[in-house]
Design a protein around this ligand. Sequence first.
Ligand code: NAD
Ligand code: UDP
Ligand code: UDP
Length: 335
Amino acid sequence: MTRNSLNMATGTLSNPTARRVLVTGGAGFLGTHLCTALIELGYEVLCLDNFFTGRRSNVAHLLGEPKFELLRHDVTFPLYVEVDEIYNLACPASPILYQRDPVQTTKTSVHGAINMLGLAKRTGARVLQASTSEVYGNPTITPQPEEYWGNVNPIGIRSCYDEGKRCAETLFFDYWRQHRLEIKVARIFNTYGPGMHPQDGRVVSNFIVQALSGQDLTIYGDGSQTRSFCYCDDLIRGMIALMQSPADVTGPINLGNPVEFTIHELAEAVLELTGTGSKIAFEPLPEDDPKQRKPDISLAKSSLSWEPEVKLRDGLVRTIEYFDKLLSEGEVELT
Ligand code: NAD
Ligand code: UDP
Ligand code: UDP
């Protein structure tokens, strides 16, 4: 059992003095899972969100908790609160959504990082950045270890996200060197699961919603590009383990599932597991779409005793159940 799952199982905190936690982007997909886990662990959680892609309804189950507070705020503006730990997740993660207002996406990553680092500097809080495998761009090596500097287009349609996240990492390490902040940088690879927005546009949610509603599954390109899909519970366990790790563990550290699939294989799995009569429709590949992605998680294994446990098919079954329920309740507007 990993160090953190032990904590999860016993409901104890490894740092009993760290009780007040700020989660930015807390009403989004991962933020909701993180806030829920932190409340279960006994933390006081301040969930901050501007509701760009997240929704108040995502955290409705937490609103009655005495230790939970929801705050509408944009991280690009300063924030003065007293906290012990900060998880900085605020940023749209779906390519179609982060490209909708690319200037705001860069501002969110860069100004948001400056404000959260300034807040951490003033309060002495530990601060964790939700970075991304996108810092590797279209990688020329596989699997990608943390030492790899990446292959990123600085002026393309994905750059607002990729370069914004890269600049945020730069800021984290400069505040660490210059101001001795306690930083943690997680490079998160594609993560999926219940709670994803049905119109979020990412591949797992698209394929499942399409399959369950009898539409063709839209593969962009020929489907030979690869991704490595991590189930949300595994990822959240890794993020909390990183936050609770000793101060000298700064990262950057890859968090993701190292089992790689082609997008075509993912489509086939969704077709089979849903038993749908849907077919596959091929559409043009978006500009700068990375050809491959597979994390080297040796560092997470050795320094956090962390690795994913949920296999893709098991995670897909749980995610299909979630979307099936949403569809049956009429929660999904089909386009
Ligand atoms: P999401 O879009 O569901 O959640 C992002 C949340 O941030 C939303 O609730 C949104 O409203 C909020 N937000 C956006 N801009 C904001 C701003 N300026 N101020 C305050 N709140 C703001 O995405 P997610 O999948 O939950 O991703 C969470 C974080 O993890 C993001 O930083 C993302 O880059 C990172 N990440 C996610 C994945 C993944 O596969 N899910 C992979 C790599 C990195
Ligand atoms: N900041 C904040 N909350 C705080 C402290 C700072 O939001 O509690 C923001 C503020 O906007 C500031 C930024 O963080 O500009 C960076 O803070 P820092 O102390 O590094 O720099 P400075 O205040 O000199 O700009
Ligand atoms: N993709 C696809 N069909 C879709 C949505 C996405 O084939 O309906 C592809 C996309 O082109 C990319 C991969 O699936 O190659 C993963 O896309 P996603 O938007 O989930 O995340 P990314 O890893 O590109 O940020």
